[in-house]
Design a protein around this ligand. Structure first.
Ligand SMILES: [Zn+2]
Length: 106
C-alpha cells in the first residue's frame, strides 16, 4: 500500500512531508519543478524546455503558492508563475528519494 502523508508543510524553499509509515521527506522546490510529471514538462526534451532550465537566480520563479490534495493519492502543486498541471502522486514522491531521515545522501 502506498504510504499517505500525515502532514505536508510548506517551507520557504521546500516542502516537508511526514508519512504515515514514519518516514519524513523534504523536497526542494527546485527538485519538484525539475521532476514535474505533467504532460507539458514530460513531453519535451529537458534541454529544450525552458521550464526545466533553472535560471541563475533559481528561486525567482520557483515559489510555491499552494498545495492541493488530489483524491487520496496525490498532490497538485501551484507555482507562482502559474504552472499548476503537475500532479505528484504519493508513489512518485516516494520514488524521488530526496534527503530524508532514512535515505542517506551521497
Ligand atoms: Zn509541469
Amino acid at each position: 500500500m502506498t504510504p499517505q502523508p500525515t502532514q505536508i508543510k510548506r517551507l520557504p524553499d521546500a516542502i516537508h512531508v511526514r508519512w504515515n509509515d514514519g518516514h519524513q521527506s523534504e523536497y526542494s522546490y527546485q527538485l519538484l519543478r525539475q521532476k514535474c510529471p505533467c504532460a507539458r514538462c514530460q513531453s519535451e526534451e529537458p534541454d529544450q524546455n525552458p521550464l526545466r532550465v533553472l535560471p541563475a537566480d533559481p528561486l525567482s520563479n520557483l515559489t510555491l503558492v499552494d498545495i492541493q490534495l488530489v483524491g487520496r493519492y496525490a498532490i497538485r502543486l501551484i507555482w507562482a508563475d502559474g504552472h499548476k498541471t503537475g500532479i505528484y502522486t504519493f508513489d512518485f514522491l516516494r520514488s524521488l528519494q530526496p534527503d530524508s531521515t532514512e535515505i542517506a545522501p551521497d
